[in-house]
Design a protein around this ligand. Structure first.
Ligand code: KIV
Ligand code: ZN
Length: 514
């Protein structure tokens, strides 16, 4: 069984999902979890795209020591230099250079001839190799490129020092048979191909990203690129958890193994969903809420008699535990600390104390505190949501009833330390609160997306809200949790505004890459 390397791009291609913008601490938490999951390489971002991305890549490269860290760059020297500054502290720094090779991209986007594209790729790969021990070169839009041209440029780029060649299906256009044939052609045609790892990278526009990636490994690919929960540009990327489980369950068909710890799948998926606000649909393969639920009577009967009748993946295999009760009102600091450790979260003593206080507060209202609840609290602490309280809600009150107009009153502490107060009406309670907050906050605010879900089950479940706001024209996400849905919604709204202010202060706001 030969090894297939897993290249995770949740923090780069995944973060390009519309509406996702993670801050540095959130990216770091995901990176640490990817390391625990056992990916071979993680793409931490695109250092030249913004100061914020640069800082996040640098922080991840300096922290993660058991996984190779890479960053994306265009084929320009300044991108390579910037990427090196961000990545040089990594255990195994890798640069991911990309340049389009399809006629459509070369003609209309790059306005370069095929010869110019070859020259640029060769020049930049050899420039990058002067610093980076590992350079991956991606033929952007490979699946719509001329195969003979691809073979020619790949040979030249390998001679220039590339260590990994990636053939992306950038627009999610290919089919398993066609993509497999492309990999077979390249492995059979390019004379020096055995000197590099050959990688596949599939987008899911036609819903075939996982199938296409598996076809690639059947035909010579030795690395698969993808994201957790399949998040990414447009319809997303190949979902790593689906690939990992498919390779495991059908090892009779696919004679390959990965270095992934499948038991970390659920935790990785949950963390990415929580921090990005991109929750997985209930029927999502492997990690959806219903992935192991058997509804039909005949199925339930079969599973009770013998699980394998209808169950090909066990929940335990992917780390889905029944959401057991864990600690309650009487649990002490010691038990709490042990549980935090068991969840794989490292906290300083100070943050542990902060988390314990929040936990105690929760147990006043909630009898049964589950792992999911705890993870929600811990993520608030770990990603320092509380310490970005530029605006802080001192008090709010909502009047709501079927016979009256929803009205909210809010007392708000502003970044300059003053306290302001206002009241507004709305069509519903959340709108009333949002209008009141809007009237008290100086920035120009527009709500773009609003989501609300319960964490875990039960009548006393924690509510978690995600919003996306346009703050002075910049897209910012916010996350908030509370036992009350309106309070969780208000917290998410304020968190987005506060994140904008913090980003502004550190000139971290997203800059568009031209
Ligand atoms: O999909 C794609 O082509 C990419 C490249 C940057 C590798 O993400
Ligand atoms: Zn991509």
């Amino acid at each position: 069984m030969s090894k297939i390397k897993i290249f995770d791009t949740t923090l780069r291609d995944g973060e390009q999902s519309p509406g996702v913008n993670l801050n540095q601490l959130e990216k770091l938490e995901i990176a640490k979890q990817l390391e625990r999951f056992g990916v071979d390489r993680m793409e931490a971002g695109f250092p030249a795209s913004s100061k914020g991305d640069f800082n996040a890549v640098k922080k991840i490269a300096d922290t993660i020591k058991d996984t190779s860290v890479t960053g994306l760059a265009r084929t320009v020297k300044s991108d390579v230099d910037t990427a090196w500054e961000a990545l040089k502290g990594a255990a195994e720094p890798c640069l991911h250079l990309f340049l389009a090779t399809s006629p459509i991209h070369m003609t209309y986007k790059l306005k370069k001839s095929p010869e110019q594209v070859i020259d640029t790729a060769v020049e930049m790969v050899s420039y990058a190799r002067q610093r980076f021990p590992q350079v991956e070169w991606s033929a952007e839009d490979a699946s719509r490129s001329d195969w003979n041209f691809l073979a020619q440029i790949i040979e030249r780029v390998i001679d220039a020092g590339a260590t990994v060649i990636n053939l992306p299906d950038t627009v999610g256009y290919t089919t398993p048979l066609e993509y497999g044939k492309l990999f077979k052609f390249i492995t059979e045609t390019v004379p020096n191909i055995d000197r590099v790892s050959l990688s596949c990278h599939c987008h899911n526009d036609l819903g075939m990203a996982v199938a296409n990636s598996l076809a690639a490994v059947e035909n010579g690919a030795t690395q698969i690129e993808g994201t957790i929960n399949g998040i990414g540009e447009r319809a997303g990327n190949a979902a790593i958890e689906e690939l990992a489980v498919a390779l495991k369950i059908r090892s009779d068909h696919y004679p390959f193994h990965t270095g992934l710890n499948l038991k970390e799948i659920k935790r990785t998926s949950d963390l990415v969903a929580k921090l990005t606000g991109m929750y997985v649909q209930a029927n999502k393969a492997v990690v959806g809420r219903n992935a192991f639920a058997h509804e039909a009577g005949i199925h339930q009967d079969g599973v009770l008699k013998h699980a394998s009748t209808y169950e090909i993946i066990t929940p335990e295999m992917v780390g889905v535990a029944s959401n057991t009760l864990f600690l309650g009102k009487h649990s002490g600091r010691h038990a709490f600390k042990d549980k935090v450790k068991e969840l794989g979260i490292n906290l300083t003593e100070e943050k542990l104390k902060e988390a314990f206080d929040l936990f105690k507060e929760l147990t006043d209202h909630k009898k049964e505190v589950t792992d999911d609840d705890l993870l929600t609290i811990l993520m608030e602490i770990q990603t320092e949501m509380a310490s970005v309280n530029k605006y802080k809600m001192e008090m709010f009150q909502v009047q709501y009833g079927t016979a009256n107009i929803p009205t909210a009153t809010v007392l708000l502490k502003t970044p300059d330390g003053n306290t302001v107060q206002s009241a507004c009406t709305g069509q519903g309670s959340v709108e009333a609160v949002y209008k009141t907050l809007d009237s008290l906050i100086q920035e120009d605010l527009k709500l773009v997306d609003y989501q609300l879900k319960s964490v875990g089950g039960g009548k006393d479940a924690i509510a978690e809200s995600h919003v996306q706001l346009l703050v002075n024209g910049f897209a910012v996400n916010g996350r908030g949790s509370a036992q009350d849905v309106i309070e969780a919604s208000a917290n998410a709204f304020l968190n987005a505004v506060n994140r904008y202010i913090v980003q502004q202060n550190s000139t971290n706001h997203q800059e568009v890459v031209k």
